[in-house]
Design a protein around this ligand. Structure first.
Ligand code: BEZ
Length: 266
């Protein structure tokens, strides 16, 4: 096995190796914000309250929270996504979720489909969320939970191993069990008010190759550029029997969610 290339997640950079192409993201991942609407319901936003949207991406749900009357700040590690959010008139900033510097400013922190990219030190992320909240403030979030995209992840790992690359150091995803995330929350001074861990099979807007191109760059970038297209075709072949409906030809990814609401004690 060859060593992970410099720039994998272990390099300490936020999602090094993963580029968020805004046009591709809109085409392949528009469902992320739509399927995040139940998390907005869990937040039960109150007009006028200050909300931090952690990992806001291009700001689809930030805009939704603003439309519901919240005073929202969005943060994300991707400069390209933040540029789009700002062009939409949102208060959005390039910030690594591991390094939140807000102090007792927000009534709530909201996060959809972002925390699983903050793998380097999840405890530091949760501690930063706690610091950002006013006493009694709430943290409402959804992320990939234990078992998320297991078929896709397993195929990516198998394909890299078949090409003599160790996938472990370049795997960017953190999909915790409820108990593991609850431990981070408790350590940061949160009381969990609600937590659910559930399968949510997710229909993809197109071919699984589009999903892989959008979300799995950390894996493919570990391969020589000339091998990448063939590797993705091979991953597609590995998952086809499990994730493609032979009748319709449609693809469904094996998403598992961890949804939570917690209150900062004190
Ligand atoms: C997720 O939202 O669970 C997810 C999306 C892409 C890659 C990994 C996880």
């Amino acid at each position: 096995m060859t060593a992970a290339p410099e720039g994998g997640p272990s390099a300490g950079q936020p999602n090094a190796g993963q580029y968020w192409d805004p046009v591709r993201y809109r085409a392949e991942a528009g469902f992320v914000a739509t399927l995040g609407l139940p998390v907005v319901e869990w937040l039960a936003p109150v007009p006028g309250e200050r909300v931090l949207d952690l990992g806001c991406g291009e700001g689809a749900l930030t805009a939704k929270l603003a439309a519901l009357g919240c005073v929202v700040t969005g943060v994300d590690a991707s400069p390209d996504q933040i540029a789009i959010a700002r062009a939409e008139g949102l208060d959005a900033h390039v910030v690594d979720g591991h390094a939140l510097s807000f102090e007792s400013e927000f009534d709530a922190v909201f996060s959809n489909a972002a925390l699983h990219w903050m793998k380097r030190d999840p405890g530091a992320v949760v501690a930063g969320v706690a610091r950002a909240l006013k006493p009694g403030g709430r943290f409402v979030a959804e992320m990939g939970g234990d078992g998320n995209v297991a078929t896709l992840r397993g195929a990516l790992h198998a394909e890299l191993r078949a090409r003599e690359v160790d996938p472990a150091p370049v795997d960017p995803w953190y999909f915790p069990t409820p108990a593991a995330y609850e431990a981070h929350l408790a350590a940061a001074g949160f009381e969990v008010t609600r937590m659910e861990h559930f399968a949510r099979p997710t229909s993809l807007p197109g071919d699984v190759l589009g999903w892989l191109a959008t979300f799995a760059e950390c894996f493919t970038n570990a391969l020589p550029a000339t091998d990448r297209a063939a590797a993705l075709e091979a991953v597609r072949a590995r998952v086809e029997a499990d994730l493609r409906d032979p009748a319709t030809g449609g693809w469904q990814a094996d998403y598992v969610r961890l949804r939570l609401a917690a209150r900062k004690v004190g």
